[in-house]
Structure formats: C-alpha cells, structure tokens
Design a protein around this ligand. Structure first.
Ligand code: PLP
Length: 431
C-alpha cells in the first residue's frame, strides 16, 4: 500500500480514494510524531501547533503514555463498564478526583466530546424535568445531532442536516473586540440579553441548563470573561438551572489553569472533559455531584466503548505526566511568551485595507489571531492564506471563528521556549 500522498493504492486491482471531505486536510501525511513535532512522509519536519485540535496534551507519543497503553493492551483492551469494571477506569477516576473542583465528586465516561455533551444535556433534563437549554453565540459543542443543535460557531456546523434537536435557545456571547466595546460593556450587554431571554423566550421553569465554554474554541478563541461566568452562576442558582461548563478544548491545563473556568470564581454543576485528558486516546467524561449524577438511571448514559481500558490507562499516564512535569505552569508561561510574540507581530502587521492582525487573545496555550481589515471587517481570505502558508514554513496551524478569520495556535503543553520562538518566527514568515 502506498501511503505517501492522499491517494492510497489499496491493492493491485483498484484505487481506493479518501472521501473528498478528507482531502481538505493539509497535504502532510504523518509518518511518525514525537513531542511538538510531526515528521512527514515527505521527509520534512513540522512544528505541530495544532495537536490534533488540542488533543495531544503531553505531546505526541510521550514515552510514559506509550508505555501505559502498551502495557494495558496486554492486560485487557475492552471490558464494558456496565458489565464489569476495570482497573484503569478506577485509577483514572481517582486521578481525576485530585484535580476536579470540590463537589464534583462523581464521574461518568464516554468516548468523545460530543457524546459527553449529550450526556450532560440528558442529565440536566432528567434532573430538572425541564426541556430547554440556553447556549451562547459562537459556542462549539460537537457534531452529533444533539451536539450540533447546541453549536453556533458557524452555520456550516448545522447547514444541510436540520432540523435538529428542539428546545435550544441562543443568547449573545460577550465579544468585546467585534463591537469595539470594553469587556465590561460586552458582559453587561450579554447578561442583560440573557435576562431578557429568560423573561420572554424560555422561562426559568422551562430551562434545564445553560451550556458554555470557558473560552470559545471553534467559535474564535475568545476567553469567556470571568464576570460573565459569574453572572451565569448567579442566574443558575437563582432559578435552579444547571450550569454546564464544556471544558473539552479549554480543560486539562490548556489555558494555564487546570480547568479553564478556574480563571473565574465559579464552580459548574456539570463539567465536561475530553481531548487532552488522554493525549490522543478517545475518552471523555462528565463530572457532577453524586446527587445530581444520581438523577440519571443506569443505561441512560454511555455506550459500548465508553471508558475504554486502554484509553483510561493512557488517561492515568497523561494526568501523571501533567503533574510530574508541571505542565499547567508550563502552559501558562509558554502561553505568555507566545502571546507577547504575537502582539509584536500585530504591531508590525496590523490591519490594512486588505487585512492584517486585528486582535491577539487567548489563555495559556490557546491563542487566537483575528485577521480584520482597517475598518474592522473580518479578513477571512488573509487568515486562510496565512494558515495555509504556515505549512510551507514548517508550522502546522488551524483557523476558527464563525467567519474563519481567526488563526489558532494550540501547541502541546510540553512545548519548550525554543519551540515557541521557532513557531513565532515561522508564523511571522507566513504572515
Ligand atoms: N466541545 C468543545 C468545546 C469542542 O471543542 C469539541 C471539539 O472540538 C467538542 C465539544 C466535540 O468533541 P468531539 O469532536 O470529541 O466530539
């Protein structure tokens, strides 16, 4: 089989081709990967600031994660958790207990972020007996039918396969840069609109949950202002609404705090985690108080592969590495270095009539660069061209945002100071 380009020759008789949807990927075919680096079948080395969309938290193939997974494969690969429990899941639960906020002492597992989002929504509806869910403009919560009904990070995430789940109400997100407001003004506006929504469209008695990311991910790498999260917490408490924080992309050290919501003073009722938790093995979880979690019934959640043993063992190793190598602190410091370097580039390549760097923002190793024209319009073509050019310069990056005009950089939590400098040099060359 020839695997050095996106056409795979499956056998001598016929050509098997990847779906056209997959050919949108960069032309890089990974041969092997370590730490912050992807080595292509083209013989080139790429500095990976995409980490499989924020997944390979401890870097590619961290030796301790590899060893844990290898060891587990020889013991038990799969044992369905509603039939028999297995040791890695118990160990992962114990490890998560060390980092979960006080009060969120009960954990349930699935495979992906979307499934965990759905599990959280089901739980909130079962616990409250109420139908409606409030989501915030620009939120991304996944691609399954229910998760894409909750997603407003761009029309492309639901166009063509509606109608979706009903009972979803959309409230504004405090997007200060877009409207030229201060953060306080944006928070004020968004909370006033939320109160109006609760007074007119979905009464508190009909509202099961509010679902928010600690920093918008696919919606444009916008940190959620702490005051906004605190405003949501007040309203959730006042009305018995379940506050769900989707930490799928922002959690597990990514923002320089273990959980993204820890930049604020709130504790959510349900926390959703996935991606970085197992360095690339598919596993996700929701955490809540035992009393809230008990409102579901066995079999109302999960699926055949949920909480897979090998993925759980990789999760235990991942959390161990994050602790031993002080990676949350590394994310904070390297994030500051990255942001400072990007701000220097912003000074050099600010918006022109055609477009330039209008805004640099983010928390820790979750940094977004928004491209705008001098009159503030989204400069999507420039952002796309820059993102594509980074590959040629040996740096992998991604775009995001409802208009696709934000380039996002998501290095591994193990990234070094030298790698950040090199990434900035390559990003600058692409701009
Ligand atoms: N929630 C957030 C915040 C995400 O960023 C994503 C994926 O990017 C999801 C949910 C969905 O996760 P998955 O793609 O694993 O289903």
């Amino acid at each position: 089989m020839i695997v050095d380009n996106l056409q795979c020759t499956a056998n001598d008789e016929g050509m098997t081709s990847l779906s056209p949807l997959l050919k949108q990927a960069t032309p890089v075919v990974v041969d092997h990967a370590h730490g912050s680096w992807i080595h292509g079948t083209d013989g080139r080395d790429y500095l990976d600031f995409t980490t499989g969309i924020g997944v390979t938290s401890t870097g590619h193939c961290h030796p301790k994660v590899v060893e844990a997974a290898r060891d587990q494969v020889g013991k038990v690969i799969h044992a369905q958790y509603t039939t028999v429990m297995h040791r890695p899941l118990l160990e992962l639960t114990e490890k998560l207990g060390e980092v979960l906020p006080a009060g969120l002492d009960s954990v349930f597992y699935a495979n992906s972020g979307s499934e965990a989002v759905e599990a959280a929504i089901r739980l909130a509806r079962m616990a409250t007996g109420r139908p409606n869910i409030i989501v915030f403009q620009g939120g991304f919560h996944g691609r399954t039918a229910a998760a894409s009904s909750l997603t407003t990070a761009g029309t492309k995430f639901s166009a063509g396969w509606s109608p979706l789940m009903s009972g979803v109400h959309l409230a504004p997100f405090p997007y200060a840069y877009r409207y030229g407001w201060s953060v306080e003004q944006a928070v004020d506006f968004a909370l006033t609109e939320l109160d109006y929504l609760l007074a007119t469209r979905t009464a508190p008695d009909d509202t099961a949950a509010m679902l928010i990311e600690p920093a918008l991910g696919d919606g444009g790498y916008l940190p959620t202002p702490p005051a906004f999260l605190e405003g949501l917490r007040e309203r959730a408490d006042a009305h018995g609404i379940v506050l769900i924080v989707d930490e799928v992309q922002a959690g597990v050290g990514r923002t320089g705090r273990f959980w993204g919501h820890q930049w604020s003073s709130i504790t959510p009722d349900i926390l959703i985690t996935a991606k970085g938790i197992a360095s690339g093995f598919p596993i996700s979880a929701i955490a809540a108080s035992e009393s809230l979690m008990g409102k579901g019934w066995p079999g109302s959640q999960g699926g055949t592969y949920g909480g897979n043993a090998v993925a759980a063992a990789a999760g235990v190793a991942t959390l161990g590495v994050i602790e031993e190598e002080n990676l949350v602190q590394n994310a904070l410091i390297r994030g500051e270095q990255l942001q400072a370097g990007l701000q220097q580039l912003q000074e050099k390549f600010g918006p022109t009539e055609r477009g330039g760097i209008g805004d640099v923002r983010g928390l820790g190793l979750m940094q977004g660069i928004e491209f705008s024209t001098s009159d503030g319009a989204p400069a999507t073509e420039i952002a796309t061209a820059v993102q594509q050019a980074t590959t040629g310069h040996g740096l992998l990056s991604l775009t995001c945002g409802p208009r696709g005009n934000v380039v996002r950089l998501i290095p591994a939590l193990v990234v070094s100071a030298e790698e950040i400098d090199l990434g900035l040099e390559r990003f600058g060359a692409a701009v």
